[in-house]
Design a protein around this ligand. Structure first.
Ligand SMILES: C[S@@+](CC[C@H](N)C(=O)[O-])C[C@H]1O[C@@H](n2cnc3c(N)ncnc32)[C@H](O)[C@@H]1O
Length: 268
């Protein structure tokens, strides 16, 4: 099928449904996004009420073996969590996605305490959804193994009581991460540039970079349907991935554009 009319490395100042209508089936290697959820924040004049349609379109445009990272939390009203995150994850499964992993994005506590009656809320879910089995998995191995050692020969007691020499495998110094990722957030932590903080709900650049590295290779095409301040685009540029973004609010598109130009000019 000839490619529809989509332009690479561009922010579409439109609803993501509109942008996705310009994409062929099985087109995108990786989606990383954090949609507006529940009534957590008022963005300049928009609402998010078409989750099911958007989920179906995401399934259509993602390549076989492609991955979607869907980052959400739940609002608590009158001591009752919305459960939106789980409902969305189960809907993704219903329409064909694999739920490859349920990861946690933990925000490093910063000394304040929450004002609800429960423990302080410090995390969001990162649902790792895939169309079939993920075609790219580059696990990050930056966690120190506590008991690292080289391989050796040990003795094993056999059924008849005799001892037999057996080879024991070693453990490398560094091991793969757990699926809980912790980041410092807020001014001076989430982004290396000042522009980003003009948006009220950015996620950390390091988080975006870690997902880009884990689920894609250089030259792959990454899409963020809720681009906000352009964190995913900026990180794709830094990591040599192609990208496309949608952001409904013009003001946020301008911030994203500034940040991307910062990478181009080498000032960010
Ligand atoms: C949580 S923010 C994303 C922040 C982004 N991850 C960052 O680091 O800057 C969600 C964004 O989705 C945008 N948005 C809401 N509905 C949209 C839609 N239908 N299509 C595209 N963007 C939308 C909002 O304006 C908001 O900027």
């Amino acid at each position: 099928m000839p490619q529809k009319d989509i332009i690479i490395n561009k922010i579409y100042n439109k609803c993501c449904l509109n942008t996705m209508s310009l994409m062929n089936d099985n087109y995108i290697d990786l989606v990383i996004t954090s949609p507006p959820y529940d009534n957590m924040r008022k963005y300049s004049g928009n609402t998010f009420d078409q989750f099911e349609k958007i989920a179906q379109e995401l399934y259509r445009i993602i390549a076989v073996g492609g991955v979607a990272v869907w980052i959400v939390g739940d609002q608590t009203v009158k001591s009752n969590e919305s459960g939106t995150s789980f409902r969305q994850a189960l809907y993704f499964k219903k329409i064909g996605f694999n739920l490859f992993d349920t990861m946690i994005y933990q925000k490093k506590p910063r000394g304040a305490v929450g004002n609800n009656k429960g423990y302080w809320q410090t995390f969001e879910y990162m649902f790792i959804l895939s169309k079939g089995t993920p075609k790219t998995i580059n696990l990050l191995t930056d966690r120190k193994n506590k008991d690292s050692r080289s391989g050796d020969i040990s003795k094993k007691r056999m059924f008849d009581g005799t001892l037999q020499a057996v080879k024991r495998k070693g453990y490398s110094k560094m091991g793969r991460r757990t699926n809980i990722w912790e980041y410092s957030t807020g001014k001076g932590h989430s982004s290396s540039d000042k522009e980003a903080y003009k948006h009220p709900a950015i996620f950390p650049e390091k988080l975006a970079q870690d997902h880009i590295t884990s689920w894609s290779n250089e030259g792959d095409l990454v899409y963020d349907p809720f681009m906000g301040s352009g964190t995913v685009a900026k990180c794709c540029k830094l990591l040599n991935r192609k990208w496309v973004g949608s952001e409904i609010c013009k003001e946020y598109c301008d911030i994203a554009q500034e940040r991307i130009m910062g990478v181009v000019n080498g000032s960010l």
